[in-house]
Write a protein that binds this ligand. Structure first.
Ligand code: SF4
Ligand code: SF4
Length: 448
């Protein structure tokens, strides 16, 4: 994966997978993508729009731009939300363009020492659930002892460096149960067997949202699926892919393919949209790997979001009514990157008395976007506040989504707004309905 020589000697990119000319040339500059781009919506700057970023890629490839801080900043500010792809009538594959560009920038641009340390800290922690869990024990003590409330109440939190402040604000309230939780390696199907599925537990999801994984496994089993949860599964590589760290992403993908091949399942189920959009693209990520290219395609074809799985099988488990007004927030990596938006609504509609509320400006990202809210905290907070305002305009009892990052981001925005509304993964509502949990007790711990 080392740096190869550039095709154009003036280009700022090397010849290893630069943004492809045949892809960026498909952009006809029509501007249909502009209103859906969150950074363009915030600043109205052409170079912070999809069209502008594609133009910058072209300039970089043709040797007409230099690798300056401001050049890189326009790409750093992109959330990778892929709303532009949904809007584009010309079929520009922006996901592949930005992925290729980011990998080039990672290889050739020197970030400041402070930024490098911050990014290293993130990448040495988040993709490793055991490290994350170890770090969260003292954080749990900090929260449980009342120190967090004191630090926030006295304004001491403002003395923390900006990066730590944003991480602190995003952390949900931790419980001992959550930190100790684990799932068995196999959960039998209830009733006649319909499918044998593997559950991808995610890295951050496994530690901070273990209840969501447990709810997913219960729903699948109740619907007649045998659920296999391989214990040795590692990070899917989503964080690496989104940050342009290609080598680590490829290594993670290979390991995950090995693990799930051994499990020999019909379907691989994800409940974290960011992971889902990455593993469905393994065929492309590993296209040049003779040992894995075909296997990656087979693996990707088996991957489905939990909402897609539920939409495919006729509900068999009974549902109890949940008289709740639920504002459903489409996660960008589900809606735009995977094209899954009707299925989660279809799954929620199986719950009697539950009312689904549509959020204004639904296509706009909430600002979570992988590690975006850690590396671009101010922009992320602005987008989070806009999303919260739009959610609250529907007067919901609950805000539901299908991605851990969105759940944390919206909860954090609700805290800033001083509002208390439950923020749940949509599968927690299905699980609660199947189990007959009283509406007010579902996810009682997740109050924004
Ligand atoms: S991915 Fe999102 S933030 Fe980036 S250019 Fe497209 S719409 Fe804008
Ligand atoms: S909608 Fe597509 S073709 Fe039009 S400007 Fe945006 S990326 Fe280019």
């Amino acid at each position: 994966m080392g740096s190869a020589q550039p095709t154009n000697p003036l280009a700022i990119f090397d010849s290893h997978n630069p943004p492809a000319a045949e892809m960026y040339k498909k952009c006809v500059h029509c501007g249909f993508c502009l209103p859906t781009c969150p950074t363009y919506a915030l600043w109205g700057e052409e170079m912070d729009s999809p069209r502008g970023r594609i133009y910058l890629m072209k300039l970089g490839a043709e040797g007409k731009a230099s690798l300056t801080d401001s050049y890189v900043q326009h790409f750093d500010r992109c959330l990778g939300c892929m709303a532009c792809m949904t809007a584009c009538p010309s079929g520009v594959k922006y996901d592949r363009l930005i992925e290729a560009t980011r990998a080039q920038l990672e290889r050739h641009y020197r970030r400041s020492p402070g930024e490098l340390i911050h990014r290293r800290w993130i990448f040495n922690l988040l993709p490793y659930p055991e490290r994350l869990r170890a770090v969260l024990w003292p954080v749990w003590a900090y929260q449980a002892s009342g120190l967090r409330a004191l630090v926030r109440g006295t304004g001491l939190v403002k003395l923390l460096p900006r990066e730590l402040r944003s991480a602190e604000a995003l952390l949900p309230a931790l419980t001992l149960r959550q930190l100790r939780a684990g799932l068995p390696e196999r959960i039998p199907a209830q009733g006649e067997l319909r499918k044998r599925v593997g559950l991808l537990t995610g890295c951050v999801q496994r530690v901070l949202f273990s209840g969501v994984n447990a709810a997913t496994a219960r729903v699948l089993a109740a619907e007649g699926c045998e659920v296999l949860i391989p214990r040795d599964q590692s990070c899917c590589g989503a964080l690496w892919v989104h940050a342009g760290q290609e080598r680590q992403a490829i290594n993670s993908a290979r390991k995950l393919i090995d693990v799930f091949e051994r499990a020999s399942v019909d379907t691989i189920v994800t409940n974290a949209a960011g992971c889902g959009s990455t593993i469905k693209e393994y065929g492309y990520l590993l296209r040049n790997d003779p040992q894995y290219a075909e296997r990656a395609k087979v693996f990707a074809a088996k991957c489905k979001d939990i909402a897609e799985v539920l939409a495919e099988i006729e509900p068999r488990a009974g549902r109890h009514p949940l008289p709740l007004r639920v504002a459903y927030h489409d996660s960008c990596h589900l809606q735009h990157a995977q094209g899954v938006s009707t299925q989660p609504r279809q799954a929620l509609k199986t719950i009697p008395k539950l009312e689904i509320l549509e959020i204004p400006e639904a296509a706009l990202c909430c600002g979570s976007a992988g590690i975006y809210n850690l590396v671009q905290p101010d922009t992320a907070a602005q987008l989070g506040d806009m999303k919260v305002k739009n959610c609250l305009s529907t007067s919901p009892d609950v805000i539901a989504s299908a991605n851990p990052g969105c759940l944390m981001q919206i909860s954090s925005g609700l805290k800033r707004a001083g509002k208390r509304v439950r923020v749940l993964h949509m599968i927690e509502l299905i699980d609660g309905s199947i189990r007959g949990t009283p509406a007010e007790e579902i996810g009682a711990g997740h109050v924004g």
